[in-house]
Design a protein around this ligand. Structure first.
Ligand SMILES: C[S@@+](CC[C@H](N)C(=O)[O-])C[C@H]1O[C@@H](n2cnc3c(N)ncnc32)[C@H](O)[C@@H]1O
Length: 231
């Protein structure tokens, strides 16, 4: 049976707080995703695993015509609803299941920030994303960097296994550790075309907020972000 990897209840509440100002989320992954998104004004955007709605809120603020968020944790959806108000449509949904309620070719941009590695049914999910994106649409995916996982968990770089990373106050993030070859292979094998790959480092603001993590991201790649085109 697949583990339920959504950040429920107290774990979700702790993530929501952390995602607001943490060096890794607010100042490393999110700015990289927003830079890769480029000009989103007038676009119909799907945010998969939208969490507490931080990225969605930025997309709304930058003029996206429509933002739809999908998230498996009710606790996080509550925070996202408070943050976004009427600015976005939010769905409670397990990303292991098809996005049956979303129409074919109905989005210009799909974003999936630090969610992909949680999912078992990744090929099925990619096929659904391909279905709901219009031809020429963009998919942005970020994940934990394979070498960072290797450095932390040890063993073989080529290990293909679920791992648990301690998180917050006694919780654990459960996700797939995968090689670069596997990560990119799945995306390209699902028919997407790679346009850009980035190994983001924390922005200058993080120097003041959290100098230790700022330095860490400048010495070791912790995240990986890609921009892909749906042909
Ligand atoms: C690291 S957080 C990222 C949240 C958000 N994308 C952001 O960047 O702030 C991972 C998110 O994926 C969600 N998630 C994990 N597994 C999921 C699943 N099977 N279905 C839906 N959401 C899931 C978690 O609840 C959490 O909100």
């Amino acid at each position: 049976m697949r583990p339920d990897t959504a950040y429920h209840d107290e774990m979700g509440r702790q993530f929501a707080v952390q995602a607001t100002g943490s060096a890794y989320h607010a100042y490393t992954d999110r700015p990289a995703m927003l830079r890769m998104a480029g000009d989103v004004s007038g676009l119909r955007v799907l945010d998969l695993g939208c969490g507490a709605g931080h990225l969605a809120a930025e997309l709304v603020q930058r003029g996206a015509a429509q933002v739809v968020g999908v998230e498996g944790s009710e606790a996080l959806l509550r925070v996202a609803r408070e943050r976004l108000g009427e600015g976005a449509v939010l769905h409670h949904h397990d990303l292991e299941e098809p996005l049956a309620y979303l129409a074919d070719r109905s989005f210009d941009l799909a974003v999936m920030a630090l969610v992909y590695h949680h999912i078992d049914a990744r090929r099925e999910l990619l096929s659904e994303i391909r279905r709901v994106l219009r031809p020429g649409g963009t998919l942005l995916v970020s994940t934990t960097h394979p070498t960072s996982d290797w450095a932390y968990f040890g063993g073989s770089y080529f290990a293909d296994e679920r791992v648990e990373l301690p998180f917050g106050d006694g919780f654990a993030l459960n996700f797939w550790r995968m090689t670069l070859e596997q990560f990119l292979g799945e995306l390209l094998g699902s028919g997407f075309v790679l346009e850009e790959l980035a190994e983001p480092r924390a922005t200058e603001e993080a120097r003041l907020v959290d100098p230790r993590r700022y330095d860490k991201t400048h010495n070791q790649p912790l995240f990986l972000s890609v921009r892909l085109r749906r042909p």
